[in-house]
Design a protein around this ligand. Structure first.
Ligand SMILES: [Fe+2]
Length: 456
């Protein structure tokens, strides 16, 4: 949808009126004035780690964060309706960003920035760039969501965690190449091996590259997000880098350092749950008040869900398939709530393998048209674990030693998950179809050729 400059300026975004891009700057492409081309930003003010997220409604808002080596005085975002005409710049408006600083270790502090673009039009293609009014990054793009339930696709990846730049980057590139129009990416925890190490996050951003600035990321907290440098005791608190660089709704439970949230997108409620507190069962009784608070929040978030579909994302697997893992307490406290509210799908990581369940209720496989939940565990990074058979009878597909990514398509009454190897080969898939308030589960036939997924 083409927006006029006037309609854009009428949006409820707070503007730097004095900083709004002057039309004559962009009009310098005209015949009568000499061309003025942009100059490269100064190294210390060059935007890095630009990443999209959401703190509000994805049809009308878009959050962006970034950082620079030296803290800028007037951080800002320029925003324009997308156009093939390079003079789209003349339609840009300027939105101020909030700034902060982050200690990244070794005596180094960087400037961090966050802007929440508001008043956007649904289903609209925008261009944006971040900077400080003088030093700018490149123009990136994003698409706003529909404000109604509508067909969309998203990507889901398990733990990246190790050798991120070396051996994970190819997987996220393969995922983007397979599904470039994905609405967002769910990262199911353990994005890096030590959440406190800035250099590992550097590898993650180097691998995500423009994808981070183009496709919003919805991260889930994993156990490795709490890890400090080797040898240091594990933290109970999330690193500041997580909170400053990711943007997600601040609607989680009132539990310290939990950072869970829920988020609605075109007919689906996504609930991103930090279940680290349930991993170490010997602390269960000591943590009981916080766990009860978290479960009460899950109950409310699911009860108030107006959407047709419910997808939970959590790091540790409800039916773990890796050795020495069996989260009895987690099932005890969360499963009744998930099942009571008709959660459809649970996307997980942590086990460093791929395992996808049949439809399960009460710990047993149920009929295709019965009430139940499908659980998926996946891994995108190179670290692999061996399969343990504890819950194998519940599983429809188990794939070890394979770097994977998944696409999920939601189209009103139909949800389809496809699991691909990093080579782009479809290795698994299933479908849920809602009819008369129930979902009918069925396996997808393996495609005749590896590249037959729709929407490519
Ligand atoms: Fe993990």
């Amino acid at each position: 949808m083409k927006l006029s400059r006037r309609s854009l300026l009428s949006l409820s975004v707070p503007l730097y009126s004095s900083l709004a891009l002057k039309a004559q700057e962009a009009k310098s492409n005209s015949e009568s004035t000499p061309r003025k081309w942009g100059t490269a930003p100064a190294a210390e003010f060059t935007p890095q780690r630009v990443i999209l997220g959401w703190t509000g409604d994805p049809a009308h808002t878009q959050a962006v964060t970034w950082r620079t080596d030296k803290r800028a005085e007037t951080p800002q975002v320029q925003l324009a309706p997308a156009s093939a005409n390079p003079d789209f710049v003349s339609d840009a408006i300027t939105v101020p960003a909030k700034s902060g600083s982050l200690d990244i270790g070794n005596g180094k502090t960087v400037g961090t920035y966050r802007a929440n673009l508001q008043g956007l039009k649904p289903e609209t293609h925008y261009l944006y760039r971040v900077g400080d009014g003088k030093n700018w990054g490149e123009w990136f793009e994003f698409h706003t969501a529909s404000d109604l339930p509508k067909k969309f696709r998203f990507l889901y990846v398990g733990d990246a965690q190790n050798d991120i730049k070396s051996r994970w980057s190819r997987v996220i590139r393969a995922a983007y190449a397979k599904a470039p129009k994905s609405a967002f990416i769910v990262h199911a925890g353990d994005l890096v091996a030590s959440g406190y190490r800035d250099d590992l996050w550097g590898e993650w951003y180097d691998s995500m590259e423009f994808i981070a600035a183009t496709v919003p990321s919805l991260p889930v907290v994993g156990n490795h997000e709490l890890e400090k440098a080797a040898g240091a005791p594990k933290s109970l608190a999330l690193p500041a880098i997580w909170k400053q660089e990711f943007a997600y709704p601040q609607n989680g439970p009132d539990v310290p350092e939990n950072e869970s949230y829920y988020f609605d997108y075109q007919g689906v409620r996504f609930l991103s749950l930090n279940v680290n507190i349930l991993e170490n069962e010997k602390d269960f009784d000591a943590n009981r008040p916080m766990i009860e608070q978290m479960v009460a929040w899950v109950d409310k978030a699911l009860q108030t869900n107006p959407n047709r579909w419910t997808i939970v994302t959590q790091h540790q697997g409800m039916y773990s398939m890796a050795e020495k893992r069996n989260y009895v307490k987690m099932r005890e406290v969360l499963l009744p709530t998930y099942e009571k509210h008709g959660v459809d799908l649970v996307l997980q990581g942590h086990d460093h393998l791929y395992a996808r369940s049949q439809k399960i209720a009460g710990g047993k496989v149920v009929a295709a048209d019965a009430n139940g939940i499908v659980y998926v565990i996946s891994v995108s990074g190179p670290k692999m674990y061996e399969v343990t058979p504890t819950f194998e009878p519940l599983m429809a597909k188990v794939i070890p030693h394979t770097q994977m990514f998944q696409t999920v398509d939601v189209d009103h009454d139909k949800l389809v998950l496809r699991a691909f190897s990093s080579e782009g080969e479809q290795l698994d898939g299933f479908q849920l179809e809602k009819m008369n308030g129930r979902s009918i589960y069925s396996e997808l036939a393996k495609p005749a050729t590896p590249d037959t997924a729709p929407g490519e």
